[in-house]
Ligand binder design. Structure first.
Ligand code: VGL
Ligand code: ZN
Length: 223
């Protein structure tokens, strides 16, 4: 069996980390040493993704009128731009990762020199895009990144996912990766969640999707 693994580091950006991030995930910065260890392993392809929103993005609470615009709490109903009869609920967030701002930068302590490609996501203001592969309105897809193509073109068999946040972008990226046909593992000790109490539910979703959770040391054992 061939084993050609890729590493996908999701949204390791200032806005998702203390001390100054607008959507700071507790302990978000603490995972960097583990991420740098992963980056030192011989993955065939190493990707870092960036949440990369325009200022007028639909998921920013301040772009909606009060009183139903509480970041972290309010869910709004949005229509699929390609098929308006299809709707879904999406959460409102503080303004975060606006293109070109300090908050959208990757953490400087991350060893970017080892990253082969940066994939930006979430540029379409009309939809939330947690997964680094695609937006949630599948088929037809409103905005699809080139991540699947990059990995397929490199004949990747296995994908290891880490980064932020465990219960949103890491989760959706890992599940989409499995759906793309890659054997997918999340490096659990290299992630942190917005809501750690939701992780039991996330683990169930992983089980259904065929995604496994490993530790950094399990990942290293592959070499
Ligand atoms: C994320 C909320 C909003 C994430 C991105 O990277 O997990 N979460 N945008
Ligand atoms: Zn976002």
């Amino acid at each position: 069996m061939t084993f050609k693994p890729a590493l996908v580091l999701v949204d390791v950006q200032e806005d998702f980390c203390p001390p100054n991030g607008s959507l700071a995930v507790a302990g978000g910065r603490d995972i960097v040493p583990v991420l740098n260890e992963l980056l030192s392993l011989p993955f065939a392809v190493k990707i870092a993704t960036k949440d990369w929103h325009p200022q007028d993005h639909i998921s920013f609470a301040s772009n909606h009128p009060p009183p139903n615009n509480k970041p972290f709490e309010t869910m709004i109903t949005i229509a699929n731009p390609l098929n308006p009869s299809e709707t879904q609920q999406t959460r409102l967030w503080p303004v975060h990762c606006v293109q070109g701002t300090k908050g959208a930068e990757l953490l400087p302590e991350l060893d970017i020199s080892k990253v082969h490609k940066i994939v930006e996501k979430g540029q379409d203001k009309r939809v939330e895009m947690y997964s680094a592969f695609a937006d949630p309105f599948e088929n037809p897809c409103v905005s699809k990144s080139n991540l699947a193509k990059i990995l397929h073109d490199a004949a990747i068999t296995d994908v290891f996912v880490a980064g932020l946040a465990a219960d949103y972008c890491v989760k959706c990226t890992a599940i989409d990766s499995a759906q793309e046909g890659f054997k997918t593992r999340v490096v659990g000790d290299a992630t942190r969640a917005v809501d750690p109490t939701s992780m039991d539910e996330v683990l169930k979703e992983y089980k259904e999707a065929g995604v496994t959770v490993v530790t950094k040391d399990d990942a290293s054992l592959k070499w």
